[in-house]
Design a protein around this ligand. Structure first.
Ligand code: AMP
Ligand code: MN
Ligand code: MN
Ligand code: MN
Length: 319
């Protein structure tokens, strides 16, 4: 912590930041106003519904000044996001959300401050992308057996150039009137134990951490309140995550309760992890989750942005 390093990743250096840092540079004022920080969001590069440029503009309108784009297993949207961010005076942190496996259970891990083109990360996510594609074909076959035809093709069409995800299958099922809502599509077809569920071994959590770290980023355990996991197992997970080089945990998420924030703040302190904040915004159509709409960041937790080498953009109207 407090270590200095250069983040000069070619075009990323000029578009986002490229300077040496030794200590947190966001003022205390901003550290405690979480609505200006949102480090977990999605675009059409995966299962979000806004283009990276639209996402950044909306974030800016909602008062977000420090934004990470964290699409599933891809950094494809980061360049476009970075260009728009520069235009509107938002600080864009290049990010990713990796699907990982630990002891046969799947988790999500956010990488923050990565070089989006780093070869180690790039070759790792190519494998994940292939796995996504073969899994999607199998989901399609399983749904076909339930007399739901064309699901793979339909989901692929909705995904376009972006990563194909279960969200696209859910949208297809809603479009075909096979489910009333996205949530119901998951509950009836796509969740574990349901007909369209395909058990998948993603990359091991330790490997995912290595990719993120190699790319100069910080590994963050995403939305910990969402996992079905016992207290004992969660502690083992956090121990293994920390020992493998994981540095942070999301303590404030778009739909965290006050109890969730307290619980995961305690875990952050107990396991020596930094805290991150992120809405997990996917779409303006979801009224429950909005960019930057986040509970206050807990005073007692060390924030992850202290490690991200962010400085205020003097051109930004709020600085
Ligand atoms: P995948 O990575 O392809 O398994 O898709 C996971 C994505 O599906 C998550 O990032 C969420 O956006 C979405 N998702 C997972 N479970 C649910 C659920 N129960 N309701 C709505 N969306 C969900
Ligand atoms: Mn998603
Ligand atoms: Mn996730
Ligand atoms: Mn997410």
């Amino acid at each position: 912590m407090g270590k200095s390093r250069w983040i000069t990743n070619g075009v990323w250096g000029s578009l986002t930041w490229g300077f040496k840092y030794r200590r947190p540079l966001i003022s205390t004022h901003f550290q405690r106003m979480t609505s200006c920080i949102d480090f977990h969001t999605h675009s059409i590069a995966s299962d979000g519904q806004l283009s990276p440029a639209q996402l950044v503009r909306r974030a800016s309108e909602k008062g977000v000044r420090f934004l990470a784009l964290t699409d599933h297993d891809t950094t494809h949207g980061v360049e476009e996001a970075a260009i728009t961010a520069k235009q509107v005076g938002v600080h864009l942190i290049p990010g990713i959300e990796l699907s990982v496996t630990w002891n046969d259970q799947n988790f999500h891990m956010v990488g923050l401050g990565i070089d989006p083109l780093h070869p180690v990360l790039a070759s790792g996510i190519r494998d994940q992308q292939e796995l996504r594609m073969s899994r999607a074909r199998e989901i399609g076959q399983r749904l076909n057996k339930k007399r739901i035809g064309g699901a793979f093709e339909g989901a692929a069409l909705l995904a376009g150039d972006g990563m194909i995800t279960r969200t696209h299958f859910a949208r297809y099922l809603v479009d075909q009137n096979r489910a009333a809502t996205i949530q119901k599509a998951f509950d009836q077809f796509l969740k574990r134990g349901k007909p369209g569920y395909v058990p998948t071994q993603w990359t091991p959590i330790e490997t995912g951490i290595k990719w993120i770290t190699a790319a100069g980023g910080i590994a963050v355990l995403a939305h910990p309140h969402r996992y079905k996991i016992s207290a004992t197992r969660l502690k083992r997970l956090l121990t293994d995550f920390r020992n493998a080089g994981g540095q942070a945990i999301e303590v404030v998420c778009g739909n965290s309760s006050n109890d969730d924030v307290s619980k995961f703040s305690r875990h952050a302190l107990e396991f020596g992890l930094l805290g991150s904040v992120g809405s997990d915004f996917h779409s303006p159509e979801n009224p429950w989750i909005e960019l930057g709409r986040l509970r206050p960041f807990p005073d007692e937790v060390s924030p992850v942005w202290g490690e991200l080498g962010i400085v205020s953009n003097p051109l930004s109207p709020t600085h």
